[in-house]
Design a protein. Structure first.
Ligand code: HEC
Length: 187
């Protein structure tokens, strides 16, 4: 009889310890968003291209809002190759032109019309993983200099955290130009 009590006690203790550790290791949504912010701002430097500069520093009103719609874009010319020039960059450091055409850092804020508001987590993760527009392999490839080859190696947990954080930032209305081909026309 005493033995049974002892086994019962040990079992309860064991279950208690498992539950306590389980609860501790489950990250709260807050922690996930914080981690996403850390990855975006400190590790992956998404704002380096997606937050346009106003002069020498970032434009604080345009955090991750992409190349400003009212600013001109650089236009590459193949004759520049003779001078070893392969990339032109707009003064905001958010539009890029080269032998691939012209690309514009997109609006990563959750604005419904001009940002990622209508995107799903799956579209976001697949676009980072496959390097194809909106994560659909039938779509065009994402243009340079978006470093998809590197971000594709992030863990699911990290990409999910980035997505969770992007959903929380201030929506900014900014209609970024579609990519242009080498003749300066929309793709
Ligand atoms: C070196 C510059 C650079 C950095 C750093 C950068 N991006 Fe980009 N990103 C771009 C450019 C340019 C485009 C537009 C490419 C295009 O439209 O084909 C883009 C496009 C995107 C797109 C749209 C992809 C699609 O399917 O059309 C997403 C989403 C995105 N970036 C997220 C991020 C995130 C998140 C980070 C940080 C983890 C990041 N970017 C860092 C330059 C950059």
């Amino acid at each position: 009889m005493h033995r049974n009590f002892f086994i019962f006690g040990v079992t309860i203790l064991f279950i208690g310890v498992v539950i306590a550790f389980g609860i501790q290791s489950v990250e709260s949504q807050d922690d996930i968003v914080k981690r996403g912010k850390y990855l975006v701002d400190a590790v992956a430097a998404c704002g380096h291209c997606h937050t346009p500069r106003a002069g020498a520093d970032y434009d604080p009103d345009m955090y991750l809002a992409g190349h400003p719609a009212d600013k001109q874009n650089p236009q590459y010319n193949f004759s520049m190759m003779q001078h070893n020039i392969f990339l032109l960059v707009s003064p905001q450091l958010s539009a890029f032109s080269g032998p691939f055409g012209t690309s514009f850092a997109t609006n990563l804020t959750p604005d419904n019309e001009t940002g990622l508001g209508e995107w799903t987590e799956k579209m976001f993760i697949e676009s980072m993983r496959t390097g194809h527009h909106q994560g659909n392999k039938a779509n065009r490839k994402i243009f340079p200099p978006m470093p998809t080859k590197h971000y594709a190696k992030m863990t699911d947990a990290d990409l999910k955290a980035i997505w969770a954080y992007l959903k929380t930032i201030k929506p900014v209305k900014n209609e970024v130009s579609p990519v242009l081909n080498t003749r300066g026309r929309p793709y």
